[in-house]
Design a protein around this ligand. Structure first.
Ligand code: SF4
Ligand code: SF4
Ligand code: FES
Length: 255
């Protein structure tokens, strides 16, 4: 069965743009990306859209559908209110390149600021042993497809460009949490304090655990409950640890 749907798609570039109206055919079982492709093939042949896998795995087709950050390839037309206009806009937290394509380089810059896993000294890959519960925690975080929908939805940067320098965003705070909770990470032995870095370099204090990032994650990663809240607890424990307090005091005196 087919029907005609009314779409409003943002068209423009860094200099500005506006919503354009289209009436486009939709067939049973289609997702929003199918309809965007039909538009490209018919009345909007120069419409810019980024996509790759059409299977919810490459993280490329992120956009906002009726104002909600979502993957276009995983949003079934049948899940949207029938008979109502479907509005598709680019992710709001990042600069527009053209139409639905945004410049997500902010995220790559933030990724580079998180120091990598530090292998445990004296153990070769293959000799690592971990409890299943620790393996499970890393596996959950590593389901991330880097769609950056969580980064787009987080209110700390969504309407506050000025916060971007100081805040890594949920995806990369989750990375810090994963490494800080990793039982084999030897960062501390090299003098790297991931908890201090989370607070002072990655802006953990900006997060007020609204859970909006968790709600939009297409991989259903419990970003807030399993990464951000535990990281906050660990950072607070470190701050009030009497040994850390004493160490800081001695360091200050010696300075
Ligand atoms: S829980 Fe924290 S990181 Fe996630 S959207 Fe809310 S403020 Fe942002
Ligand atoms: S944590 Fe989820 S929402 Fe955020 S980038 Fe990864 S897959 Fe996307
Ligand atoms: S096209 Fe790959 S996630 Fe949508």
């Amino acid at each position: 069965m087919s029907y005609d749907a009314h779409f409003r798609v943002w068209r423009g570039d860094a200099a500005g743009g506006e919503l354009a109206d289209y009436t486009v055919a939709v067939h049973d079982g289609e997702v929003v990306l199918d309809v965007i492709h039909r538009l490209q093939a018919t009345e909007a042949t120069d419409l810019a859209v980024r996509w790759n896998c059409k299977a919810g795995k490459c993280g490329s087709c992120s956009a906002e559908i009726n104002g909600r950050p979502r993957l276009m390839c995983m949003t079934r037309m049948s899940s949207l209110p029938s008979g109502e206009t479907v509005t598709v806009t680019p992710m709001r937290a990042f600069p527009v390149v053209r139409d639905l394509v945004t410049d997500v380089s902010f995220n790559y810059a933030k990724a580079r600021e998180v120091p990598a896993f530090v292998p445990p000294p004296g153990l070769a890959p293959g000799e690592y042993r971990m409890k299943q519960e620790d393996v499970g925690r890393s596996q959950e975080f590593r389901k991330c497809i880097e769609c950056f929908l969580c980064q787009d939805t987080c209110h700390v940067v969504r309407d506050h460009e000025e916060n971007k320098a100081a805040f890594a965003g949920p995806r990369f705070l989750m990375r810090v949490a994963e490494l800080d909770m990793h039982p084999l990470d030897a960062a501390a032995e090299t003098g790297l304090d991931r908890k201090r870095a989370a607070q002072e370099e990655h802006g953990l204090g900006y997060c007020n655990i609204t859970k909006c990032c968790t709600e939009v994650c297409p991989e259903h990663i419990k970003i807030t409950d399993n990464a951000l809240i535990p990281l906050k607890e660990r950072a607070v424990d470190r701050k009030y640890d009497p040994l850390v307090w004493l160490g800081n005091k001695i360091r200050r005196r010696g300075a």
